[in-house]
Design a binder for this molecule. Structure first.
Ligand SMILES: Cc1ncc(COP(=O)(O)O)c(C=O)c1O
Length: 394
């Protein structure tokens, strides 16, 4: 406190410390297996690491790279969007390289929102969304995804989405494949969202960082639907696709006017970042399809391994169609249904760390009994975690 006032401003007061810091500290203190935070425990492809070393040694990107990103990476991003999704962007004006998807989200919110604007996001949501909307002085309007035990996933109620739109709604902030539920929005759902965005003249920011981690169905960028390219900012990142979360190389693609607006905010956040890594990610994006297929196959097997282990331990498992997270309902094991208490006690009870999904909700009660486990870990680590979790059932 100074002058009788808290130091942290009102907009951020509710975001003091994250559960990830608390749970990772708990993992370190107890020596538990950390299936909380979503980062792989093995690095990405050797040739991509070598490309970063080569760039460093050759002096590529060791000084401030260009504000929009190095041309090699911007070109590789546009080639990737064209090759995978038939989406054409101009590398000079319709791409912006950012410090991870996190900065792309923050810069988009800071650039595109006025105080008082409403932003619709699918709840549960990735924690930075709420904070970035708050930093922009806007208001978040959650639309809650519904757990569907029989379908094994979560479902978006399109009528609820439609009725959440008001005259103050400026933007839809979407995420597919979706963290933490693993939901992959279907073609029909995306078409309905696109029609709604066009009808109500909304901007859309879509976070597609798990675009290459789809095990059931397919990833369809919202920007590829009729009327959407001109109103959509599409965000992705090298962290999840190439298992280099520490490099913090992200990007967005959008029409020139949107990129130009977001760049106005981005230039005063980091200005630029990750110079040599940008060259390496340009090479990574040009890896053959076999790399992306192998990544998906490996993670699908890990999803299945952990999902079976969790089911055998007594959890109700919501098998994800994408991402590297699996959501579980703890109630078969714990009749209180208190995910926070469950996660805080789990390291001592069986040596595993997980995240209570309630942290991803405004309507905390809706998320209370759900707990998220990350499966982007080595097979032996997941096997050990599964065998530890089985002791809960005893
Ligand atoms: C949905 C989602 N968006 C964005 C990010 C952050 O991406 P980056 O590390 O590239 O900033 C994450 C990381 O967990 C995420 O799950």
């Amino acid at each position: 406190m100074t002058q009788g006032r808290p130091l942290l401003n009102r907009r951020l007061a509710e975001f003091g410390t994250t559960i990830f810091a608390e749970m990772s500290a708990l993992a370190v203190r107890t020596g538990a297996i950390n299936l909380g935070q979503g980062f792989p425990d093995t690095d990405g492809p050797e040739e991509v690491r070598e490309a970063a070393v080569r760039a460093l040694r050759a002096g590529h990107g060791n000084q401030y790279p260009p504000g929009p990103g190095v041309p090699e990476l911007r070109t590789a991003i546009t080639e990737h969007q064209l090759r995978r999704y038939a989406l054409a962007y101009d590398p000079d004006t319709e791409v912006l390289v950012t410090a991870g998807a996190t900065e792309a989200i923050a810069a988009s919110m800071l650039a595109l929102l006025e105080p008082g604007d409403e932003v619709i996001a699918l709840e549960p949501y990735y924690d930075s969304y709420a904070a970035c909307i708050a930093m922009a002085g806007a208001t978040r309007v959650p639309v809650t995804l519904h757990p569907e035990p029989t379908a094994g996933g979560y479902r978006l109620d399109l009528d609820e989405l439609r009725s959440a739109v008001t005259p103050r709604t400026r933007l839809l902030l979407l995420n597919t494949p979706h963290n933490p539920t693993g939901t992959v929005l279907t073609r029909e759902e995306l078409a309905a969202i696109a029609a709604l965005a066009c009808e109500r003249d909304l901007l859309v920011v879509t976070d597609e960082v798990y675009e290459h981690l789809v095990f059931e169905g397919e990833h369809l960028p919202l920007a590829s639907f009729p009327g959407m390219r001109e109103r959509t900012v599409t965000i992705s990142s090298a962290g999840k696709t190439f298992s280099f979360t520490g490099w913090k190389v992200g990007w967005l693609t959008a029409p020139r006017e949107l990129v130009s607006a977001v760049r106005s905010a981005k230039q005063f956040l980091t200005y630029v970042s990750a110079g040599p890594f940008q060259y390496a990610v340009a090479e990574a994006l040009r890896l053959p399809d076999s790399y992306f297929d192998a990544l998906r196959t490996d993670l699908r097997a890990k999803r299945d391994l952990l999902s079976v282990g969790l089911a055998e331990a007594g959890f109700e498992v919501y098998r994800p169609a994408g991402t590297y997270f699996v959501t579980t309902d703890i109630r078969p094991l714990d009749s209180t249904g208190d995910g926070f208490a469950f996660c805080r006690s789990l390291p001592d009870r069986c040596g595993v760390v997980a995240i209570p999904n309630a942290v991803f909700y405004d309507h905390r009660e809706q998320g209370a009994p759900f707990v998220r486990f990350a499966f982007c870990k080595r097979t032996d680590v997941l096997e050990e975690a599964a065998s530890r979790l089985k002791t809960l059932a005893a």
